[in-house]
Design a protein around this ligand. Structure first.
Ligand SMILES: Cc1cc2nc3c(=O)[nH]c(=O)nc-3n(C[C@H](O)[C@H](O)[C@H](O)COP(=O)(O)OP(=O)(O)OC[C@H]3O[C@@H](n4cnc5c(N)ncnc54)[C@H](O)[C@@H]3O)c2cc1C
Length: 386
């Protein structure tokens, strides 16, 4: 939307969320390293030249080019995705997710509640210990970054605020069904993170399956009941409900998770795989036929720039000089914060030796994300809070 000119297009944005969230730094807000406003940008700042409606898109009539919405105070489809609970009983009701600002706010509140509840006089020792058991399910980048932030919070901030007797009871456990954490990273880097976490006292339990979640405990297969005070669920993504509604008309990928587009991001019809005229899909909710890419902000933003700069210029009445190429992803690698001023950078997709762990990687991690922040306000606020 920011790249489209009002003189060429009549743009309407529809989203129940009236702000953009810079998710790479979301985990930092859940423990107070950064304030919530540091990672949000109001949509209306960029919508002065375009229209914005706070509403939810429930259905799309492709034939008549109508978007059906419910106002409850999203024809480019970018409705993101939801957290995957794998239909494990109790996860939706009791676990905390980390997808949005409100999730980070709830997590922050719950951490404080756990400390305050555990400090009540007369509480049995076991209850105190259970309240101060912080569990994370999912050893991907989100689960790892959250665990790292929480561990830093406990060792640097909680230690100054709460009695020693309380802080020394804190336990952190990270569960994953996979054999190793950070499976998408180079194995040397993921082993480095594993070692660092172990050293900090974070227990990593891989090859574990969660069978059930209750208000105060989870049930782990072959382990039994595990009491917790806070449970953060970070096991990946599931499609937005809008995709279920459109499933009878649009082509979906093999796992029925994402809508399928052609190389120019035009949505494909379900039965004949023909392109739906004037309808594009990008971001976590879409994938390109025969060119599957991960659901990351890196892919989403490159697709957005492609769509704004290349495909939509076709509608500009300008003489086309070159035929427009299909979208090509430039993999710039991945980064993850692992706590105590350390990070991992894996750019092995660019060069096999381009891997970095430790403090230098952390400096690069911070500079990269600061560089990607787009308002001057946040470029000043983020370093101030850091
Ligand atoms: C904690 C966390 C950390 C991450 N870190 C990284 C990282 O370091 N690097 C990286 O590349 N990626 C990262 N990601 C992934 C990245 O955030 C996503 O890939 C990216 O946000 C996808 O963009 P999107 O626009 O498709 O979806 P989103 O950013 O999820 O935006 C979807 C928007 O659609 C709105 N919406 C939903 N349903 C409807 C509807 N029915 N009608 C109208 N509007 C609707 C939502 O309110 C929202 O505003 C991270 C994700 C998380 C959760």
């Amino acid at each position: 939307m920011r790249e489209l000119k009002k003189s060429n297009y009549n743009v309407t944005m529809i989203s129940p969320r009236n702000h953009f969230v810079f998710t790479p730094l979301l985990a930092s807000t859940s423990v107070g390293t950064l304030e919530f406003r540091c990672i949000t940008e109001p949509v209306r700042n960029d919508s002065r030249n375009h229209s914005y409606y706070q509403a939810q898109c429930n259905d799309i009539d492709f034939k008549n080019q109508r978007v059906h919405c419910t106002s409850w105070i999203g024809e480019i489809i970018a409705v993101g995705s939801h957290c995957n609970t794998f239909n494990i009983p109790g996860v939706d009701e009791h676990a905390h997710f980390l997808k949005d600002i409100n999730d980070a706010r709830r997590i922050r509140k719950r951490i404080i509640e756990c400390f305050e509840e555990a400090s009540r006089p007369g509480l049995p020792e076991k209850t105190k210990n259970d309240l101060l058991h912080f569990v994370v399910v999912g050893g991907g980048p989100t689960g790892i970054e959250f665990s790292a932030e929480l561990c830093d919070f406990i060792s640097k901030d909680a230690i100054r605020t709460y009695p020693e007797d309380l802080v020394s009871r804190v336990r952190m456990t990270l569960y994953d069904v996979a054999p190793q954490i950070l499976g998408s990273f180079d194995s040397q880097l993921s082993e480095y993170a594993h070692k660092k976490f172990k050293h900090k006292g974070i227990e990593i339990k891989t090859k574990r399956f969660v069978d059930q979640v209750q208000a105060d405990h989870l049930v782990i297969r072959d382990e039994g009941k595990v009491p917790y005070g806070l449970l953060v669920w970070a096991t990946g993504l599931t499609p937005s409900p809008l995709i279920d509604t459109l499933a009878d008309r649009v082509a979906l990928d093999a796992g029925n998770q994402r809508m399928m587009t052609d190389g120019k991001l035009q949505l494909l019809e379900k039965d004949n795989l023909e392109t739906l005229q004037n309808v594009y899909a990008l971001g976590d909710c879409a994938t390109i036929d025969d060119y599957d890419l991960p659901a990351t902000a890196q892919v989403a933003t490159q697709k957005a720039s492609y769509l704004a700069k290349v495909v939509l210029t076709e509608g500009n009445n300008k003489t086309k000089t070159t035929p427009h190429n299909n979208f090509m992803f430039k993999n710039r690698g991945k980064m993850v914060f692992i706590g105590s001023s350390e990070a991992l950078i894996d750019m092995s997709s660019v060069h096999e030796l381009a891997k970095q762990s430790g403090r230098l990687a952390w400096c690069l991690w911070r500079s990269a994300y600061l560089g990607m922040t787009f308002s001057i306000r946040n470029r000043m606020l983020i370093p101030y809070h850091w």
